[in-house]
Design a protein around this ligand. Structure first.
Ligand code: THU
Length: 160
């Protein structure tokens, strides 16, 4: 038997002001996108903004459905749109802002497992890391230098 330890390294910033201007700007775009969340069931709104290497920024928000599983998270709404609209562009950075509409969310909210898997697909496709920033409505911001760092043992095309 051999033990394997997997490590995830994160950087935690006290607030958005600690970040470079271009990153803060992308986070602002995610916060803006969050305002368009359609979340009448969970009352939990999420916004995502993706910076591409062609300088375009693609945004998305969570879109819920009366048939609950038919809804989609903000990150996947944004990343599938980016993949569909700019298939040749590389994704450089994703910013995510999330929070409940019934109470203030100050804890950084990480992307769910399904969204990590979806983002991982594009990271593998482009063979270059996608930087991830996530936060609550306010407060600390967490940075991961890549998606793979947030999803050890990713399932990808190498297994097919
Ligand atoms: N949600 C996202 O948009 N992204 C995540 O990474 C986690 C969850 C959405 C889905 C649902 O509309 C609401 O938040 C509550 O789960």
């Amino acid at each position: 038997m051999k033990e394997i330890t997997l490590e995830t390294k994160l950087e935690v910033f006290d607030n958005i002001e600690e970040l470079p201007k271009d990153v803060a700007m992308l986070i602002d775009k995610a916060a803006e996108a969050r305002k368009h969340a359609y979340a009448p069931y969970s009352k939990f709104s999420v916004g995502a903004a993706i910076l591409l290497d062609n300088n375009e920024i693609v945004t998305g928000s969570n879109q819920e459905n009366a048939s609950y599983p038919s809804g989609l998270c903000a990150e996947r709404t944004a990343i599938y749109y980016a993949g569909a609209k700019y298939p040749d562009a590389k994704m450089l950075r994703v910013a995510i802002v999330a929070g409940s509409r019934t109470q203030q969310t100050v804890t950084p909210i990480p992307p769910c497992g399904a969204c990590r898997q979806a983002i991982a697909e594009y990271e593998v496709k482009q063979d270059a890391p996608i930087e991830i920033y996530f936060m609550g409505e306010t407060g600390k911001v967490v940075r991961s230098f890549s998606l793979a760092n947030l999803l050890p043992l990713v399932f990808d095309k190498s297994f097919l």
